[in-house]
Design a protein around this ligand. Structure first.
Ligand SMILES: [Zn+2]
Length: 243
């Protein structure tokens, strides 16, 4: 087993470490974004509740105006009632008056209902405000924590990157390009070890996708320092001894 495959196997180990730290860094940043989103959701919830309160108050105001004009109307009927000249006129006015009163009390009930809603919404707003307050503290803590972690991780990444660059030094450009392409396809996993299916049999499989690897390919890998890909998943195959 020659230097190219050996170099690639070594590079794979560095690649794995590099990817692992980069994943940690991404997770660390996602954690902050997640908490910031939680905060934003709470703030949006508060705004929506406040808008509800505003609309309900407007509606209450309109109903109260309506009530006022209806009260005037009722007063008018009452006066007319006293001046009624015939029984028929009297009873017609009385019907009008009673209908107006019934409408009035319906609207009053509605106004009370709306005011109750406003009170409940105001309580809810208070609760959301205190949730926002604690979420803000949490976001600040997590952000601070993430920032210092990120600095560490970025340092680690820079160090591993140096190792990575060194590990590529003796790898031919074409092989390296291929390695990078496969690595991007499989989340960093460019190399696949050829595994013997069992001790006695002469059948082999790709350690990446578990498809059969023909023994001719195993022979090539035994004899030559050549890049041979799994025909199924295109990962670069290597034999254990090449390590
Ligand atoms: Zn495969």
């Amino acid at each position: 087993m020659g230097p190219v495959l050996n170099g690639l196997v070594k590079l794979q180990r560095v690649e794995n470490r590099l990817r692992a730290v980069k994943t940690k860094l991404a997770r660390c940043r996602r954690g902050v974004l997640f908490q910031e989103n939680q905060l934003r959701t709470l703030q949006n919830g508060l705004e929506a509740k406040q808008e509800d309160i505003k609309q309900t108050k407007l509606q209450t105001g309109r109903l109260e105006m309506d009530l006022k004009s209806r009260d005037e109307e009722i007063e008018k009927y009452r006066n007319q009632l006293n001046l009624a000249r015939t029984n028929k006129e009297y009873s017609a006015l009385l019907t009008e008056l009673n209908t107006a009163k019934a409408d009035d009390s319906k609207i009053e009930t509605q106004v009370l209902e709306l005011m109750k809603n406003v009170e409940a919404d105001e309580v809810a707003c208070e609760e959301i405000r205190s949730e926002i307050e604690s979420q803000r503290i949490k976001v600040d803590e997590i952000r601070k924590d993430a920032e210092s972690k990120a600095i560490e991780l970025e340092k680690d990444i820079a160090e591993i990157q140096v190792e990575w660059d060194a590990a590529t030094k003796d790898i031919p450009a074409e092989a390296l390009r291929f390695f990078n392409r496969v690595a991007d396809t499989y989340d960093g996993e460019a190399m696949a070890e050829v595994e013997q299916v069992d001790e006695k049999s002469q059948s082999y499989s790709c350690g990446g996708c578990f498809m059969r690897v023909p023994s001719e390919i195993v022979n090539v890998l035994t004899g030559k320092d050549e890049i041979v890909c799994c025909s199924n998943c295109t990962r670069i195959l290597y034999l254990k001894e090449s390590e």
